[in-house]
Design a protein around this ligand. Structure first.
Ligand SMILES: Cc1ncc(COP(=O)(O)O)c(C=O)c1O
Length: 430
């Protein structure tokens, strides 16, 4: 028998304990947080690509817990590092008496980034990294204007929300959001996409252009070839800096260390999160010294910091993740696995005998989207997959894209069974 982590899913055989936990949660958590209408599984333990819920059901995690668990849940190197660190120093004073481990994390992280003189501001959430990037570009260019893309998702803190484009998140708070943000369509055609960018940059003093090199929550949308290099050229010609939000795509997920590499592009500012922390909350805004030195040196009160910045456990976990990323060649594994999964899914869902010509399968590495014709269809497919024991999330504004972002440590049996479930769930959606 293989170890837990490499198991096949059992399906959701029982939900009794989940129902009891849902009842308890409903009277203690603000009702806007967890959707309890269709009782979710309550996770109790996880390893590799497996999750066990409170009812003892074994699930196969094709969502990678929001794309975080690229190295698999509870990777032994990461767990050991966190355990060792927790014996030494559980909490420090990030910007005043820095934990020693913060230096080691930053040295390792910066050495993986595409500049010889990288400088980093750490955070604990993806939103934090985006806030830091928006502040950095404001200081470095002196300009207030920001250009962002329709369908983009950069987080829900007020700065990040201002550049996130989804009515659902924005409408209740719209008057609190920066009025200096313009949106252009996420490109389908490189030339027309660049014309739209040019139109805004030529008419307003924009300091920052922020883009996901592949839109994740927007529905796994890949920009057309040539767009990202053109975006950098256009932005620089107009004196704007380009921020790549690689919080979802970064550090191996798309089969490259950074998704920008697919187009040989290097941004001015890079945001990282999710996978970076190896399962603990950790994010980073990274840029070359020439840009980061727009910030004044800290003299007592840092103008941008937070209580848990450089948290020792997050740093230890992140450092261990970066070692695993390199030692276990996670990006290469994501590339190989992703190509196989994409081709199997295309065959089964679109061209094979049972295939549906209106379904679209796309992706890079282990960031795969299955676009279905009807609004809400991916929500239904995700519900069916979960009943069979597979976790996958719907994406895109209309819930038409089923997003697959599994760990890079799936076994061949898990890939096969997982794809069977995905195909079954997708093809049965009316
Ligand atoms: C591209 C991107 N940026 C930013 C964020 C926000 O990260 P967090 O939820 O950790 O604040 C996300 C989260 O899904 C994301 O996908």
């Amino acid at each position: 028998m293989s170890e837990f982590g490499a198991w096949l899913p059992s399906g959701q055989r029982s939900r009794r304990k989940a129902e009891e936990l849902a009842k308890r949660l409903s009277v203690v958590e603000s009702r806007n947080i967890t959707d309890l209408r269709d009782t979710p599984p309550f996770w109790t333990r996880a390893r590799g690509a497996n999750v066990e819920d409170a009812d003892g059901n074994i699930l196969l995690d094709f969502g990678g817990a929001f794309g975080v668990s690229l190295a698999g849940h509870g990777h032994p190197t990461i767990r050991d590092a966190v355990q060792r660190q927790s014996d030494l120093l559980l909490h420090g004073m990030g910007d005043i008496h820095p934990p020693r481990i913060k230096v080691e994390l930053l040295e390792t992280l910066n050495a993986l980034c595409p500049w010889p003189d990288a400088r980093t501001i750490l955070g604990t959430s993806g939103s934090d990294a985006v806030e830091s990037a928006l502040k950095t570009t404001r200081l470095a260019t002196g300009r207030t204007g920001i250009l962002a893309f329709e369908g983009g998702y950069h987080g829900l803190a007020l700065g990040a929300l201002a550049v996130t484009d989804r009515e659902h998140f924005r409408v209740p708070f719209v008057e609190r959001l920066s009025p200096h943000v313009s949106f252009v369509p996420f490109p389908v055609d490189a030339e027309r996409g660049l014309e739209a960018v040019e139109g805004v940059l030529a008419s307003q003093p924009v300091g920052a252009v922020i883009i996901e090199p592949i839109q994740g929550r927007g529905g796994v949308r890949i920009p057309p070839a040539g767009f990202l290099p053109g975006l950098l050229e256009t932005a620089h010609r107009h004196g704007a800096l380009v921020v790549f939000d690689e919080i979802f795509t970064g550090l191996g997920r798309t089969g490259r260390r950074f998704a920008g590499e697919w187009e040989d592009t290097v941004p001015d500012v890079l945001c990282l999160g999710k996978a970076l922390g190896g399962g603990l909350p950790l994010s980073a805004c990274v840029a070359p010294a020439t840009i980061m030195e727009a910030w004044p040196p800290s003299a007592g009160e840092a103008v941008h910091t937070s209580t848990f910045l450089g948290h020792p456990l997050g740093c230890a976990s992140g450092l261990a993740f970066l070692r695993v990323l390199e030692d276990e060649a996670l990006a290469e594994r994501a590339d190989v696995l992703g190509r196989q999964m994409l081709s199997d899914l295309r065959e089964a869902l679109t061209v094979g005998p049972a295939g549906n010509r209106d379904v679209r399968v796309r992706g890079r590495g282990l960031m795969i989207g299955i676009e279905l014709p009807e609004p809400g269809a991916a929500v239904e497919a995700a519900r069916r997959a979960l009943a069979l024991g597979l976790i996958a999330l719907p994406a895109g504004p209309e819930g038409r894209v089923l997003e697959l972002t599994p760990p890079a440590v799936l076994t061949p049996d898990q890939v096969n069974r997982g794809l069977e479930i995905v195909v079954d769930a997708v093809l049965r959606v009316p």
